[in-house]
Write a protein that binds this ligand. Structure first.
Ligand code: ATP
Ligand code: MG
Ligand code: MG
Ligand code: MG
Length: 476
């Protein structure tokens, strides 16, 4: 079942049940506490908090999401992309827990002939919030799930709130048992690789107070209008339905891996480290494509920095696969072709998108060419003297002279088994910044001419993905 087909089934199922189909919002978060939309519900937050009146009481969407907080997982787990699509169904003061569970169960286990996904009911496990006896009972009654396949979990995993006064409530997560060859028995609390989380149902039931901690805060009372917010990972369902091993091997992503094989002459499946690199390439190229499509341009801070980092990591992963010529002119069109069935705007806008991406690769190639030899010889020196730490002034020189951002130096040093003296690096950066400030002041007051201070602050402040809705709770 192609990814676009799962998406179509989703929208049909929920629109047949009175949900208004709302197109995906842009990846740029409307909420200033996050850079990107990290979940399907983000565009609907004003309706959940009661700040705005929703134009409909039921809605459904397939929302583009970017979670940079998952970047280190990419290619290593089976299930984390920096870009992914979240299918959601939402109720604003309309149906609640029982219907949400019924819809989820019916869609997952309904036969393929009748528009469902056709999962065998015996492979489904769920978790509920530890005190949510109602959800526990509903999974038994509505879905007929045996109690052994319903596991209770604490606040950290199964409770949602924004972290401030407002709606809050328990969640219930739905997992598919991939089978004994993928891990140990015992349900999702024992093994999240074997038991793959595909869907999170959030029951916004209470109003919480400000303050408290992640695990403990005051509940002010029941919400007058209770909401449902759910999120199903489209790529995760696709990888299960397509019978492949992970989300990077689905129809919308794998063609880039295939192209990386052709470019590098290496075979996917031969070597673990190379496989991870190819998955990283496929993920990052797709994320960059979608980010540029939504109007983001490479920059030294904020969203643009995230884009820059994704493109650079993809290019570097290709270098580690042995490819030194430009790679995006081959990889990006492949990713676009794999995604355009769901996002036709990619085709129409591709001249602009590709120009931005290729320009960034060119600039980065120049940076790499000049800095890599320097880094390598510095690393060799440290190693030959039996050390494990690259000095801060080396990292500083790489930054200052060759434009290597610190996280590039960190990553490249780590690949060769070295750590970097980051503290010393940061001290040097601060000193430089103070010098630049003093110089600028002197200049303004008519003093000596100085070198211009250029955006060092942005490099200093490590790029932050504000976790907002994910750091302490399990949002859909
Ligand atoms: P996990 O525990 O696997 O990291 P999560 O609990 O962080 O997932 P939620 O915040 O509950 O995920 O998001 C709802 C759904 O979105 C998940 O059930 C999953 O199917 C999907 N999803 C979440 N993060 C990713 C990701 N990085 N890549 C692909 N799909 C994702
Ligand atoms: Mg997660
Ligand atoms: Mg989870
Ligand atoms: Mg979850």
């Amino acid at each position: 079942m192609r990814t676009a087909e799962i998406r179509r089934r989703w929208l049909t199922y929920f629109s047949d049940r009175g949900h208004t189909v709302v197109p995906s919002a842009s990846l740029i978060s409307p909420d200033p506490s996050t850079l990107f939309v990290i979940a399907g519900m983000v565009p609907f937050i004003p309706y959940m908090t009661g700040e705005q009146t929703p134009p409909w009481s039921r809605a459904t969407s397939v929302q583009k999401c970017v979670r940079t907080s998952d970047i280190e997982e990419v290619g290593k787990t089976t299930r984390h992309g920096t870009f992914f699509q979240m299918n959601g169904n939402f109720s604003f003061g309309d149906y609640f827990k029982e219907e949400a569970i019924r819809y989820a169960w019916e869609f997952i286990t309904g036969s393929e002939d009748e528009g469902g996904l056709g999962f065998d009911p015996d492979v489904i496990w769920v978790t509920v919030y530890q005190d949510d006896d109602e959800a526990f009972r509903l999974w038994q009654e509505v879905a007929g799930l045996p109690a052994e396949r319903i596991q209770r979990r604490g606040m950290r995993d199964n409770y949602w709130s924004t972290g401030a006064r407002g709606p809050a409530g328990p969640c219930s997560e739905i997992y598919v048992d991939r089978g004994p060859e993928f891990g140990v028995e015992g349900g999702p609390i024992a093994d999240e690789d074997r038991y793959l989380e595909i869907w999170n149902l959030v029951f916004m039931q209470y109003e919480r107070a400000d303050g408290g901690t992640k695990d403990h805060f005051e509940i002010l009372g029941e919400l007058r209008k209770k909401n449902i917010d759910t999120g199903m990972g489209l790529e995760r369902v696709a990888f299960l339905k397509q019978g492949v091993d992970n989300m990077y091997e689905i129809d919308e992503v794998f063609p880039v891996i295939a192209a990386a094989q052709r470019l590098s002459g290496k075979r996917y499946g031969d070597n673990h480290d190379d496989d991870v690199r190819m998955r990283v390439v496929a993920d990052h190229v797709r994320s960059a494509l979608m980010l540029i499509s939504d109007g983001i341009k490479p920059a030294n801070e904020g969203r643009g920095y995230v884009l820059r980092r994704l493109l650079r990591r993809a290019v570097r992963a290709m270098r580690l696969l042995g490819v030194t010529e430009p790679t995006l002119p081959v990889l990006l069109p492949v990713s676009k072709d794999a995604m355009k069935a769901s996002y036709p705007e990619l085709e129409a806008d591709f001249a602009r998108i590709s120009q931005i991406a290729y320009g960034e690769e060119e600039a980065f190639r120049r940076t790499l060419d000049s800095g890599t030899t320097i880094l390598d010889s510095a690393v060799a020196k440290v190693k030959s003297s039996g050390g494990t730490l690259l000095a801060g002034d080396q990292a500083f020189a790489l930054h200052d002279t060759y434009g290597f951002p610190i996280d590039l130096t960190l990553e490249m040093a780590a690949e060769q088994g070295l750590k970097v003296d980051e503290e010393a690096f940061r001290t040097l950066m601060t000193e430089q910044r103070q010098r630049a400030r003093a110089d600028a002041l002197a200049k303004r007051s008519g003093g000596v001419d100085t070198q211009v201070y250029q955006g060092l602050q942005s490099e200093l402040d490590a790029p932050v993905q504000f976790l907002g809705y994910t750091d302490h709770t399990a949002p859909a």
